[in-house]
Write a protein that binds this ligand. Structure first.
Ligand SMILES: Cc1cc2nc3c(=O)[nH]c(=O)nc-3n(C[C@H](O)[C@H](O)[C@H](O)COP(=O)(O)O)c2cc1C
Length: 286
């Protein structure tokens, strides 16, 4: 897949045509779970394809404040519960999102907070846990509803703004990448010299819960450390999915432009003294 092109063109689709996906397309997406890149290869993940009954059965129970997206099709990801299984689900789920886009199919992640409730409402019998709900279908219009990423104290968690330009806001590369130590913002020029400007540019386009863009990177010699914000607006599930997605984006572009990398999902030996509201989720060596 051409990750640069797909990442540049992706957006969350929330308004779908009343037209179901073709059976063969649904099968291709479902089967893609086995072919997709993984963050952790020892975790069994399976996909279930479902139709609009997901909307009927989860309306009021999933989505931002129970606001369920009404789509003709859905993929539900189920995973074994092992270390890093939610980050792995973020990574694989976003692979499905990009694969769908490659097939001209729109999509949107749908948040939820209770796997058992989702399983019982959808009649899913499995020992695995529900780790992702992804709405799928054809985009009904060209405008896009985005989340405002600055969440003030008095603002609703789900405040949405409708924009016509199809581009949701993102922080700049220089805002999310630090050089050597926390708070020391990198410049685009420095990142370009390290041949990493592209990878960070695409990483910051990753979707995240409420578009809060929680990721910060520390580039320290050949090590890239990823930290994500742990704030009151999101739960652990959402933070870990957001982490998995951004790891996919960064890795896909570094793999395509520089060299193959592998994320280590633990702390680097060095202590980076990151602030209390951030957690280090992993690092990689370039
Ligand atoms: C883990 C996760 C959960 C999300 N849940 C919802 C949701 O329940 N409802 C919704 O409308 N959008 C949801 N989104 C979409 C984000 O709001 C969206 O990705 C973000 O605002 C950036 O916009 P973009 O995807 O169009 O670039 C979710 C995204 C992620 C990554």
């Amino acid at each position: 897949m051409d990750y640069k092109k797909l990442i540049s063109n992706r957006k969350s689709v929330r308004d779908y045509k009343r037209k179901s996906l073709k059976d063969e397309d649904i099968r291709e997406l479902k089967d893609y779970v086995d072919k997709a890149k993984k963050l952790a290869t020892d975790i069994e993940v399976e996909a279930i394809a479902m139709g609009n009954e997901v909307f009927e059965n989860l309306n009021g129970k999933a989505g931002y404040q129970g606001f369920m997206l009404d789509a003709p099709n859905y993929i539900i990801l189920l995973s074994e519960k092992k270390d890093n299984y939610i980050k792995n689900a973020g990574y694989i789920g976003e692979e499905i999102v990009l694969k769908a886009l490659d097939m001209q199919i729109g999509s949107c992640w749908v948040t939820f907070n209770d796997s058992d409730l989702v399983k019982s409402n959808l009649g899913i019998e499995s020992d695995k846990e529900v780790v992702a709900i992804i709405a799928l279908g054809y985009d009904a219009n060209k405008t896009k509803i985005i989340n405002i990423h600055k969440i003030g104290e008095n603002e609703s968690k789900t405040k949405l703004a409708k924009v016509a330009d199809n581009i949701s806001e993102r922080l700049g590369v220089e805002d999310i990448v630090y050089l050597n130590s926390w708070g020391n913002n990198a410049t685009a020029h420095e990142l370009e010299n390290r041949a990493l400007l592209n990878a960070f540019h695409y990483a910051r386009l990753a979707p995240s819960t409420l578009n809060r863009q929680p990721w910060r990177f520390i580039l320290d010699d050949d090590t890239v450390v990823l930290a994500v914000r742990d704030d009151e607006h999101t739960g652990t599930y959402e933070e870990e999915i957001d982490s998995g997605i951004v790891m996919l984006y960064f890795e896909a572009i570094v793999d395509a432009t520089l060299t193959d990398i592998t994320w280590e999902l633990n702390h680097p030996e060095k202590n980076y003294n990151i602030p209390e509201d951030y957690v280090i989720v992993g690092y990689c060596n370039i």
